[in-house]
Design a protein around this ligand. Structure first.
Ligand code: FE2
Length: 363
């Protein structure tokens, strides 16, 4: 990386999902994951072609959007991909200079830097293309005091109790075989990111399938791993995603909690389904990860995975896909020093993933 940071990023701003039915999705995200609806856009606010709900928990902000007209780009996206992530939005100090920086470095511009105003001030944003139909949005909100963005009406809802999710940890994208290095170079060149870690199919393979993964990061704030399938004896979970999503896109969004046992206990009570972890995973866990603060029996009871590296350890769990297509899912993660992604769990996880894939007849 060069000496000057040409694209200083303050943090995650939001993630926008294009869905088939935003009203029902908002209800699901509120009652299960514990997000609070804080603002809305739709017919009541004078928007006649789409409806969007802003859902907030801790620093995590999700936008759930659906189309109100048949030819809308949201309708086409939802028909092609199913419910999924359209936009990863990052907060910057200055959208004009940031967009100019990425444009001169080769970004494909979808929406040039623009200013949007209402009585709460001015919000600036610009949008560039990322893998498949996924977009990256740069947002400048230092001159905006409203709840989310101009056009949105704040909602006064108490909301369901939270589940302890506090922030976005990382967002993983799946791309086709041979495309991972293109996007690694793109992040280095266009966004000024650096490569944190790199797993080969030696690390992440099972008898049937494999994947390769590289993690791109901006400082310690933004981590965007990229997966591509590797040759396996049967179809990998990445291939399955690419088939059902009809191309590259976001595979999972990982969110931090300060107490993963409490979060997962609450999510299970609210009927969120997680990947099943084989009991054999826990047999030699203490030998693999050493001493940790949590109780191994409770982790096994809740299906939580543990991994350790030189910096510390992490606890993580993966949900089942959040829609009928085997595409997007969530991860809940609690870090104790480790900056990794649970590479030691990949194999145990994939054995489990493939069992689910076989049940769907896709292996
Ligand atoms: Fe992850």
């Amino acid at each position: 990386m060069s000496g000057t940071d040409f694209l200083p990023i303050k943090g995650w701003d939001h993630v926008e999902f294009y869905v088939g039915n935003a009203k029902q999705a908002a209800h699901f995200y509120e009652k299960t994951f514990g997000f609070k609806p804080v603002a809305k856009l739709g017919l009541e606010t004078g928007c006649r072609d789409r409806a969007s709900y802003v859902m907030q928990q801790g620093q995590v902000r999700f936008i759930l959007s659906n189309a109100l007209t048949p030819d809308h780009e949201i309708a086409r996206h939802a028909a092609l991909h199913g419910d999924g992530v359209r936009t990863i939005a990052l907060e910057v100090d200055d959208v004009d200079t940031s967009m100019e920086a990425v444009r001169t470095r080769g970004a494909t511009i979808v929406q040039p830097a623009g200013a949007f105003e209402d009585e709460s001030g001015t919000l600036k944003s610009g949008v560039i293309k990322y893998a498949g139909d996924t977009l990256i949005k740069l947002v400048e909100r230092r001159s905006y005091r409203g709840v989310f963005a101009p056009g949105y009406q704040p909602l006064e809802v108490d909301g369901a109790p939270t589940t302890g999710l506090v922030a976005i940890d990382h967002i993983v994208t799946n791309v086709h075989l041979g495309e991972m290095n293109y996007w690694v170079n793109w992040f280095e060149r266009v966004m000024g990111f650096t490569q944190l870690a790199h797993f080969t199919d030696e690390d992440i393979s099972t008898e049937y399938s494999a994947l390769m993964s590289k993690v791109m990061e901006d400082g310690r704030k933004i981590k965007l791993p990229i997966n591509e399938p590797a040759e396996g004896r049967k179809k990998s979970q990445i291939d399955e995603y690419l088939e059902w999503y009809n191309g590259p896109g976001v595979q999972h969004v990982a969110m931090n909690t300060a107490d993963i046992c409490a979060t997962v206990r609450e999510l299970r009570k609210r009927e969120i389904d997680f990947l099943c972890v084989p009991d054999t995973y826990y047999e030699d866990l203490a030998d693999r990860v050493g001493s940790i603060d949590e109780d191994f029996a409770e982790l096994q009871d809740l299906g939580i995975l543990v991994d350790r590296d030189d910096d510390g350890y992490l606890l993580q769990i993966f949900t089942q896909p959040l829609q009928d297509r085997p595409t997007l899912f969530f991860e809940v993660i609690e870090r104790h020093g480790s900056r990794g992604f649970g590479v030691g769990n990949f194999k145990a996880l994939f054995v489990s993933l493939e069992r689910e894939q076989a049940k769907r007849g896709n292996l």
